[in-house]
Design a binder for this molecule. Structure first.
Ligand SMILES: [Zn+2]
Length: 190
């Protein structure tokens, strides 16, 4: 699951302790050291104690597990159970984010904010956040790289369906200044 880097100026940001990318705090998983010295997931984000953040990305979690860096940074012990739980929790979070992204795309289309296709994106004078279908053409991919860009986990037909288009949508954009773009709680490109 991929998301974009946070554009929000409103919520506090933290860095993932593994990839070091900054996100809205809410898009990260907080891990704290429990009083008995074990690492636990702070689902409420309110637990006291020494904490660290990790993004809900399978790659970051794997790196954290292998390197021991996450546990080391808070001086906590991690066991297999902890890693299983973290993997599952991150997976669920990714699913929620995916649903959120879909609803934002649908809503922005309905309100006329969504820019569909390269021509419309190019004509937009404001800065645009660009999203591409997973099976977009090379041409479209190159175009997208000129912008802040997310590769979606959706193919052309899924993307078309989400935005209520008849089909063939390879690329969409949202002005960065629009409420839609800043309402993401996102994750970076992997
Ligand atoms: Zn990370």
């Amino acid at each position: 699951m991929t998301y974009l880097k946070s554009q929000s100026k409103r919520s506090p940001q933290r860095s993932c302790s593994i990839c070091r990318v900054k996100y809205d705090k809410d898009a990260l998983i907080r891990i704290v050291r429990s009083p008995d010295g074990h690492a636990v997931i702070d689902k409420s984000k309110k637990l006291p104690g020494r904490g660290t953040y990790i993004c809900p990305d399978a790659e970051c979690i794997e790196k954290a597990r292998k390197s021991g860096r996450l546990a080391h940074s808070i001086g906590a012990m991690t066991d297999a159970e902890f890693w299983d739980e973290l993997t599952e929790y991150a997976g669920n979070m990714g699913m929620v984010m995916g649903l959120k992204l879909r609803s934002i795309l649908g809503l922005s289309r309905k309100s006329g904010t969504l820019l569909i296709g390269m021509d419309n994106i190019e004509r937009e004078k404001r800065k645009v956040l660009v999203m591409t279908a997973s099976d977009c053409s090379e041409n479209v991919r190159e175009f997208a790289e000129r912008y802040e860009h997310i590769a979606l986990d959706m193919n052309i037909s899924e993307l078309s369906e989400v935005i209520g288009s008849r089909g063939g949508v390879q690329i969409v954009g949202l002005p960065l200044s629009s409420g839609f773009a800043i309402s993401f709680n996102p994750r970076p490109l992997t």
